[in-house]
Design a protein around this ligand. Structure first.
Ligand code: CA
Length: 405
């Protein structure tokens, strides 16, 4: 049986799903374990699963996820069982394991719709202080609903995909007219996103009590943002070109069941929330999050240390709010958390906050200093939970910025 390094994100407690290919195989469904990938199309050829395994030959996870939790959960627990048994199909067939370094990872989902929330209290407070009124940083609606906008699904790319700096209209200070130029304030946003695993019919809302059934899993999410373009365009309809040029996700979808061990209690929400946003139990997650920045040919510097538990609104509330109107969610939709910032400066989840609107520079270990992201910089996000020696991680979402086209 393969060896799994003790500090691996992809321990036996994880079993995340993704889409990979190799020089000899077309894109298909795999599971990450240690430094390897289990080829589920090949595993299925051993008659290991009791259902139509065509879904493992697809180039997205949508059809597999669409089989429903009764099946997807069983696939995960069956694989865990076989990994513990050297006489099992996995124990006796070493060629089912492919080294991750020999594989190419692909966008794991066909993402029909993508919604971006704004659910971190510290992030919303920081941005409100910078752009509006330091005394009244939060808008009046913020503590009454998880505010969001509908983002652009077509420009979501997988980790490892380079992105060109966007250009657009910018209104510079003291000028009467805007000018079209490459963004000078390119930024990342540290987020996580949940992958919807079940559809609700149009007109039917999802309650917080049932919302968990609609979450298949989670990925790391980098919501690339051009702050100068965003600032000029965002009133009154919200983000558009400042956001739609690209977002990046990690390739492995970690199931919500694998994150169970990391549940924690969140904020006491005050003022009390509307009835449809009330929930019971612990629905926040203790997931360590880090962002590093590396100029070309330089070692990376960790610039953010944060945690997913800093959210004010949780995913159950986001789903209940998204559908209270009767809006339908579909399998493969992504609901991103919004920038995750904690209370300390080190935990701020964007350069906008770290450099406080570009007024102070971050000194890097190598490669100078930064207020925003420069050409050929590589930004990498990493996330993992760790509890009682059990580690469940997401790997990385890594992106290099290329000059404007
Ligand atoms: Ca965002």
């Amino acid at each position: 049986m393969i060896k799994i390094p003790a500090d691996s994100d992809f321990s036996i407690h994880n079993i995340p799903f993704g889409i990979f290919s190799t020089a000899n195989t077309s894109p298909r469904v795999g599971v990450a374990i240690g430094d390897f990938i289990i080829d589920l199309e090949r595993l299925a050829s051993f008659d290991a699963f009791g259902f139509d395994t065509e879904v493992f030959s697809k180039n997205t996870l949508n059809q597999f996820i669409g089989l429903g939790k009764a099946i997807t959960r069983k696939v995960r627990t069956d694989i865990q069982g076989w990994l513990r048994d050297e006489h099992s199909v996995l124990g006796s067939s070493p060629d089912l394991f492919i080294a991750q370094q020999d594989a190419t990872m692909h966008l794991p989902l066909q993402i029909g719709d993508y919604t971006d929330f704004y659910s971190s209290l510290d992030h919303a407070t920081n941005v409100g202080k910078m752009f509006r009124d330091p005394e009244n940083a939060l808008l009046p609606n913020w503590k009454h609903m998880p505010v969001a906008y509908h983002g652009r699904a077509s420009s979501i790319v997988v980790s490892g995909t380079d992105i060109h700096r966007p250009k657009g209209q910018v209104m510079k200070k003291g000028r009467g007219t805007p000018q079209v130029q490459p963004s000078e304030r390119l930024d990342f946003e540290l987020e996580m996103a949940c992958v919807i695993g079940k559809e609700n019919r149009l007109g039917h809302s999802i309650s917080t009590a049932h919302a968990q059934d609609y979450i298949f899993g989670m990925v790391l999410f980098n919501d690339w943002s051009a702050r100068d373009i965003q600032k000029w365009e965002y009133v009154p309809l919200g983000p558009f070109l400042g956001k739609n040029f690209a977002s990046s996700i990690s390739p492995w979808v970690v199931t919500i069941e694998a994150l169970d061990a990391f549940r924690v209690k969140g904020y006491d929400q005050n003022p009390p929330v509307q009835e449809y946003l009330k929930f019971e139990g612990s629905h926040y997650y203790d997931i360590n999050l880090e962002v590093s920045l590396a100029p070309e040919n330089c070692r990376p510097t960790t610039v953010v240390r944060s945690n997913f538990r800093h959210m004010y609104w949780n995913m159950l509330q986001q789903i209940a709010h998204h559908t209270v109107s009767g809006c339908n969610l579909k399998v493969g939709d992504l609901l991103a958390s919004g920038t995750i910032s904690g209370p300390d400066q080190e935990s701020f989840g964007s350069m906008l906050e770290l450099s406080w609107g570009g007024t102070r520079s971050l000194i890097l270990q190598e490669g100078g200093e930064r207020t925003f992201i420069e050409d050929y910089d590589t930004v990498a996000m990493h996330g993992y939970g760790e509890q009682d020696g059990k580690r469940v991680g997401f790997g990385q979402v890594t992106t290099k910025i290329l000059p404007v086209l």
